[in-house]
Design a protein around this ligand. Structure first.
Ligand code: SF4
Ligand code: SF4
Length: 174
């Protein structure tokens, strides 16, 4: 049993998805499963069957928080977090509208902040996130509390290794 999608996922994630035999231990332990449209074990099966379109349009690939619980529970040592990373990258590469644009807004704001400063600058990241997601009023109370406690500094501090970090981005094609 093989499909081009299965081959691609195995190559790019390094995970032996072909070994999955649907014991469902991953889904039983996944803390985010209620937010997924397809539970982790089903994502594995869909990859084996080559259901690329359905997977790249799914909410599941954006709801995984890379906690690695599935990888520690799987009898075949399949880590699903790197698999989800490959599926997310493929979704963006193919220009498919992500099922959860808010998560994409957070991810890209986080990465852009690291590219700019070599580390996360929370104020810049949050500002970018607000504009990308258009969720201007969400969590303002929490943000204000953190700001008043000095947890969201206004001025960014650049990493001393910024040039090396920029090199990593260049090599990764960003
Ligand atoms: S890594 Fe993702 S799929 Fe695995 S248990 Fe955590 S949230 Fe669920
Ligand atoms: S725990 Fe591993 S073998 Fe079991 S369903 Fe999940 S990925 Fe497949």
């Amino acid at each position: 049993m093989s499909s081009p999608l299965l081959e691609k996922i195995i190559t790019e994630s390094g995970q032996p998805v072909n070994l999955c035999y649907q014991c469902r231990k991953c889904s039983a332990g996944c803390p985010m499963v209620d937010e997924f449209d397809f539970p982790p074990n089903m994502v594995m099966r869909m990859i084996q069957l080559g259901l690329e379109g359905e997977l790249l349009r799914s909410r599941a690939i954006w709801m995984c928080v890379s906690c690695e619980t599935c990888g520690t529970r799987c009898p075949n040592q399949i880590r699903i977090a790197p698999v989800m990373d490959v599926l997310r990258a493929e979704c963006l590469k193919q220009g498919i509208e992500p099922a959860d644009p808010t998560t994409v807004a957070l991810h890209t704001s986080f990465i852009e902040s690291i590219r700019q400063f070599g580390r996360v600058h929370e104020a810049t990241m949050l500002l970018k996130y607000k504009f990308k997601s258009k969720k201007f009023t969400d969590d303002l109370d929490v943000g204000l509390k953190l700001f008043l406690k000095g947890k969201i500094p206004i001025m960014p501090k650049k990493s001393r290794n910024l040039s090396k970090i920029k090199e990593i981005f260049t090599k990764a094609g960003f």
